[in-house]
Design a protein around this ligand. Structure first.
Ligand code: UGA
Length: 435
C-alpha cells in the first residue's frame, strides 16, 4: 500500500513510521520545511523511545520518506491519513478543526484516482461526515471515501501500542475503503489483533469514550485515595483488590496528582462540549474534569501542609515536571498548577526533569533548573516527586537526606514505601497510604 501521512506531529510521525515498518510505502508530509529538512537528516522533533531508530531503519530501507508537497503525496497514495493537530479551541473547549479542514481541501484538490481519506487525528463526532461533504464539494464522490481510524497511542509507549494494539477501530460504510484498510492493517490481523469495523460516528465516539473512561478511572481512584487518607486504608491494596475483579481490571488505577497530557484533558473537554451541543448531559465527565482541575491545586496544598503549613522563603526540590515519564511533553502537566501555587506562597523552586526542562522553561517562571536530581536537594526544606521517572525510584536515600536541610518528602506518585521512608528518617507524605 502507498500511504501519505499529513502532519508530522506526534500522531503523524509515529503512525507513518509504524506503517512503513509494516512494509508499506509511506510519505510523511508537513508544511513546515525546516521540520521536514530536520527529519530528512534523521532528527526527530519529539522524544519517544525507539522512534529515532525505527525512522532511520525505514528511511534506509527506502519505505519512509518526508516531503512538503501534499499534492504530489496524495496523487501517488492509496490512502491519505490526516494526522494534523486538533488543539482545544479557546473559549468553548471544542477541538479546533482548522487544520483538518485545510488538509481535506488540499487533498480534494489533488485526488486523481480512488483514494481513501482517513482521519487519524482525534476529531469530534460528525467530523468525518463534514470532511466527506467538504471533499465531495470539490471532487467527484466516487473518487474517494472517508474513514475514521482513531489512534490509541500512549506517549512513551507509542511504538509498542501501534505495533501490538488491543484493537484497531475503523469507521466506514464503504466496502471498497474497508478492503484498503484491511490491507493496511493486515500485519496486525496476522497477529490476531481485533479490527473493529463500525460507522464513522461510532468510531469517532469510541475514541472519546475510551479516553473519558480512562480519565474517569484515574479520577475515581484519586478520590478513593483521599478517602483512604481519612480512614487509614491503603489505596494500593484497594486498587489491587478491586482491579482483580475482571470486570474492573487493574490498569489505570494508580493514584497521583491528577491526569495531564495532550489527550485526556483536551478530549474530556471536547466530549463534554459535544454532549452540550446535542443537549445530552455527560454529568460524570463534567465531574471528572472539575475534580481533576482542583486536584492539581490540592497537591500544592498537600506540599504546604507537609512543610508545616508554610513554604514562604523555603527551598522546594522538585523531581519530575512532565505529565508522565518517558516524554518531554509538558502539556497540562500537574507541575504547571502545583509549582506556581507554591511560588505564590513564597516557595523557591529548584527542579530537575530528565527530558522536560526545555519545554518547562517556556511555561514556568523563576525556576532554578538543575543538572540532576541531587543538585536540586542542596539545603532543601522539602523534596516533591511529581513525575515517576525511573531514575527517581532508586535515589540514594542517605545522600538525599544528608543534602537536605529537613528530610521532608512529598511523593505524589507513591514511588516509595511509607514504612521504608519512616525507617530511613524521612517525614514522608504520599497519596492514599498510611504512613
Ligand atoms: C492517553 C491514552 O492512554 C491513549 O490510549 C490515547 O491514545 C492517548 O491518550 C491519546 O488520546 O492520544 P497519554 O496521554 O499518552 O495516552 O498518557 P497516559 O499514559 O494515558 O497518561 C495520561 C495521564 O494519566 C498522565 O498524566 C498519567 O500520569 C495519568 N495516569 C495514568 C494516572 O494518574 N494514573 C494511572 O493509573 C494512569
Amino acid at each position: 500500500m502507498r500511504i501519505a501521512m499529513i502532519g508530522t506531529g506526534y500522531v503523524g510521525l509515529v503512525s507513518g513510521t509504524c506503517f512503513s515498518e509494516f512494509g508499506h510505502d509511506v510519505i510523511c508530509v508537513d508544511k513546515d520545511h525546516s521540520k521536514i529538512d530536520a527529519l530528512r537528516q534523521g532528527e526527530i522533533p519529539i522524544f519517544e523511545p525507539g522512534l529515532k531508530t525505527l525512522v532511520r531503519k525505514n528511511v534506509d530501507a527506502g519505505r519512509l520518506t518526508f516531503g512538503t508537497d501534499l499534492g504530489a503525496a496524495v496523487r501517488s497514495a492509496d490512502a491519505v491519513f490526516i494526522g494534523v493537530g486538533t488543539p482545544s479551541r479557546r473559549g468553548d473547549g471544542q477541538a479546533d478543526l482548522t487544520f483538518v479542514f485545510e488538509a481535506a481541501r488540499e487533498i480534494a484538490a489533488a485526488i486523481e484516482g480512488y483514494t481513501v481519506v482517513v482521519t487519524k487525528s482525534t476529531v469530534p463526532v460528525g467530523t468525518g461526515r463534514q470532511v466527506q461533504d467538504l471533499i465531495a464539494s470539490l471532487c467527484d464522490r466516487d473518487m474517494f471515501d472517508v474513514v475514521s481510524n482513531p489512534e490509541f497511542l500512549r506517549e512513551g509507549a507509542a511504538i509498542e501500542d501501534f505495533m501490538r494494539p488491543d484493537r484497531v477501530v475503523v469507521g466506514t460504510s464503504s466496502e471498497k475503503a474497508r478492503q484498503v484498510m484491511e490491507a493496511i492493517y493486515r500485519p496486525l490481523s496476522l497477529i490476531q489483533t481485533p479490527i473493529l469495523f463500525t460507522s464513522l460516528e461510532s468510531s469517532e465516539l469510541t475514541k472519546y469514550a475510551g479516553n473519558a473512561f480512562l480519565a474517569t478511572k484515574i479520577t475515581f481512584i484519586n478520590e478513593i485515595a483521599n478517602l483512604c487518607e481519612k480512614v487509614g486504608a491503603d489505596v494500593h491494596d484497594v486498587a489491587r483488590g478491586i482491579g482483580l475483579d475482571g470486570r474492573i481490571g487493574p490498569k489505570f488505577l494508580h493514584p497521583g496528582p491528577g491526569f495531564g497530557g495532550s489527550c485526556f484533558p483536551k478530549d474530556t473537554r471536547a466530549l463534554l462540549e459535544t454532549s452540550r451541543m446535542v443537549e445530552t448531559p455527560l454529568r460524570i465527565v463534567d465531574a471528572v474534569i472539575d475534580i481533576n482541575e482542583n486536584r492539581k491545586l490540592e497537591m500544592a496544598e498537600k506540599v504546604i501542609a507537609a512543610c508545616g503549613g508554610d513554604v514562604d522563603g523555603k527551598k522546594i526540590a522538585v523531581l519530575g515536571l512532565t505529565f508522565k515519564p518517558n516524554t518531554d511533553d509538558m502539556r497540562e502537566s500537574p507541575s504547571l498548577d502545583i509549582l506556581p501555587k507554591l511560588q505564590a506562597h513564597g516557595a523557591r523552586i529548584h527542579a530537575y526533569d530528565p527530558e522536560g526542562m526545555k519545554e518547562a522553561a517556556l511555561l514556568l517562571t523563576d525556576i532554578n533548573f538543575c543538572d540532576n536530581a541531587y543538585q536540586t536537594l542542596d539545603n532543601a526544606d522539602a523534596l516533591v516527586i511529581i513525575t515517576e521517572w525511573n531514575e527517581f525510584r532508586a535515589l540514594d536515600l542517605d545522600r538525599v537526606k544528608q543534602s537536605m536541610k529537613t528530610p521532608v518528602m512529598v511523593d505524589l506518585r507513591n514511588v516509595y514505601e511509607p514504612d521504608l521512608m519512616v525507617e530511613r528518617g524521612f517525614s514522608y507524605t504520599c497519596i492514599g497510604r498510611p504512613v
